[in-house]
Write a protein that binds this ligand. Structure first.
Ligand SMILES: O=C(O)CCC(=O)C(=O)O
Ligand SMILES: [Fe+2]
Length: 287
């Protein structure tokens, strides 16, 4: 008799509720049908939200793992404008290119998430990567090869928010591991910009604190979300209650072997990464 581990060629897919989300075989039957629906949803709306993607007992293990790693997380203060670009002092005063927003998060970079953790194995699953590629109808998609950026776990403490921004990659993939007791809602303006234009009215409205044009999902822990984060202004509202809100962020690229420059990694991950890179340079000089 097949046990739950021999049932799938990619064992880590046992974490996923495959009855609801048949991602194991996308070429035929219910998997193919499910994929078609996801592609249509992505095409038309720019997001897919899979509530209860992770099975409840697997979710308990993922949560425990993420909480156990917390003492090693760096507390980062992130200050940037919504485009994550240079502040333009010549732009009009109320222009978003001029304004910076700050938030504080406890962040685990990829190198702080051991290979044998369930979340790292899930990220490395070929079937999951293939599903993410096919939902976006990309001919190729690679997991990010950067030693810090590839997979991250971000925790927001009560009182913190995740400031409004566009991501630097087109499509963002998140798995909510632990929801806030209250607040901590993911909110976004689907497709608020293209490569040419931006819906400045909607953007200004959100930046002014008016959420009426923003989309939110009621997302319990275990929700898996794909959205066009590079083109959809988004953030997370203030976490309330006593519990951390913990998300894992999975990063992909259409190019193989994508790595970030040392400067960018130091800017994102701070002192710890600065020390690692400096020590490496020193060793290289000595040899
Ligand atoms: O935590 C979330 O749901 C979104 C996080 C996010 O936008 C990011 O890390 O870029
Ligand atoms: Fe983001």
């Amino acid at each position: 008799m097949a046990n739950s581990f021999t049932k799938h060629s990619d064992m880590v897919l046992n974490l996923v509720d495959l009855e609801r989300y048949p991602i194991e075989d996308l070429n035929q039957g219910e998997g193919a049908e499910f994929l078609k629906k996801c592609q249509k949803q992505m095409d038309e709306n720019g997001w897919c939200n899979f509530d209860g993607f992770i099975r409840p007992n697997a979710l308990a293990a993922l949560k425990q793992e993420a909480n156990a790693l917390q003492p090693t997380a760096e507390t980062l203060t992130i200050k940037r404008n919504i485009y994550q670009g240079k502040v333009d002092p010549s732009a009009p005063k109320d222009d978003p290119r001029r304004r910076e927003y700050t938030h504080v998060a406890s962040q685990l970079a990829d190198d702080q998430i051991p290979d044998d953790t369930l979340i790292q194995q899930l990220y490395k699953s070929e079937k999951l990567t293939d599903f993410i590629r096919r939902v976006q109808k990309k001919p190729v998609l690679y997991r990010c090869a950067d030693e810090f950026q590839a997979l991250n776990i971000v925790a927001l403490h009560p009182g913190s928010w995740h400031a409004w921004h566009y991501d630097t990659t087109e499509c963002t993939v998140t798995l909510l591991l632990q929801a806030a007791e209250k607040g901590g809602e993911f909110a976004f303006l689907p497709n608020s910009r293209t490569d040419e234009t931006e819906d400045r009215e909607a953007v200004d409205q959100l930046l002014a604190g008016d959420m009426s044009k923003a989309k939110t999902f009621s997302r319990g822990a275990g929700t898996f979300t794909l959205f066009r984060g590079g083109y959809s202004l988004h953030g997370v509202t203030e976490v309330e209650g006593r519990q951390l809100r913990i998300t894992s962020i999975m990063t992909y690229s259409e190019e193989p072997d994508t790595i970030l420059s040392d400067d960018v990694n130091i800017r994102i991950y701070g002192k710890r990464v600065e020390r690692i890179l400096a020590a490496r340079k020193q060793t290289a000089t000595v040899i």
